[in-house]
Design a protein around this ligand. Structure first.
Ligand code: 13P
Length: 256
């Protein structure tokens, strides 16, 4: 039985005051969604204020990125140990914006994942194809290539039992163009099959989140799909009301 997760990715938005207010609003309503885990990923510098705002609540928090290195002369980087010390539960790795805008490779992303796991964080590995790749019918191949460094890692069994995967089609991110429930389910099912071939037990327990223009109006249908275990929410996570409506959709769709 997989407990759905609704995780907000705030990206590079807001201010300290905004972050505190948003976290407090989510916290205030967090008891309304039985059987759903909630989390938020604010910008790094807002983590201390979020830690305070969510202290003692069931709402977890995490970072949007993490260094692959443990410590050293890596100007501008933040280590997994530093995030753990701030009370983070999650670290996103390999978000498509990091891959596209900051040239992160799938090998590097797995190094980040291993660093996060090693520090006791739950890595959230993001994968997804571009519009051109989908149109070229290369979606399956692209996702498999993104997962390959993980699947061939010597510690793959252990890593696969400890991480979360987020399928985020690049063409659906911030565009208002959501993948249909069927399109998303097809990829989620393929991801779970790929993982099953390597780690059969972990595959059934693995959370696979969908991300890309999830809104209150489309969340129920998406979350009703058998291999969609919650969402990674961008724009709609910046409004407590929308984020909570999406959490309610997760609670409703997984109840039966
Ligand atoms: P949107 O929900 O704004 O499309 O963003 C999705 C996303 O990138 C979450 O990581």
């Amino acid at each position: 039985m997989r407990t759905p997760l609704v995780l907000g990715n705030w990206k590079m938005h807001g201010s300290q005051a905004f972050a505190r207010g948003l976290a407090e609003s989510v916290r205030a309503r967090s008891g309304e969604f039985p059987g759903v885990r909630l989390g938020v990923c604010p910008p790094y510098v807002m983590l201390p204020i979020i830690a305070k705002a969510l202290d003692g609540s069931s709402v977890a928090y995490g970072a949007q990125n993490v260094s692959e290195f443990a410590e050293g002369a890596y100007t501008g980087e933040i280590s997994a140990g530093m995030l753990k010390e701030l009370g983070c539960s999650y670290a996103l790795v390999g978000h498509s914006e990091r891959r596209q805008l900051f040239a992160e490779t799938s090998d590097q992303v797995v190094q980040k994942l291993v660093a996060a796991y090693g520090a006791g964080l739950i890595p959230v590995l993001c994968v997804g194809e571009t519009l051109a790749e989908r149109q070229a019918e290369a979606t399956g191949r692209v996702i498999e290539a993104q997962l390959q460094p993980l699947l061939s890692h010597p510690e793959a069994d252990r890593l696969l039992a400890a991480l979360i995967i987020a399928y985020e089609p690049v063409w659906a991110i911030g565009t208002g163009q959501t993948a249909s429930p069927e399109q998303a389910q097809e990829v989620h099912g393929d991801i779970r099959r790929l993982i099953r071939a390597r780690a059969p037990v972990a595959a059934d327990e693995l959370l696979i989140l969908y991300g890309g223009s999830v809104k209150p109006g489309n969340a129920v249908e998406l979350f009703a799909m058998p291999d969609i275990d919650g969402g990674l929410i961008g724009g709609a996570a910046l409004k407590a009301e929308d984020f909570c409506a999406i959490a309610a959709a997760a609670a409703a769709s997984k109840r039966s």
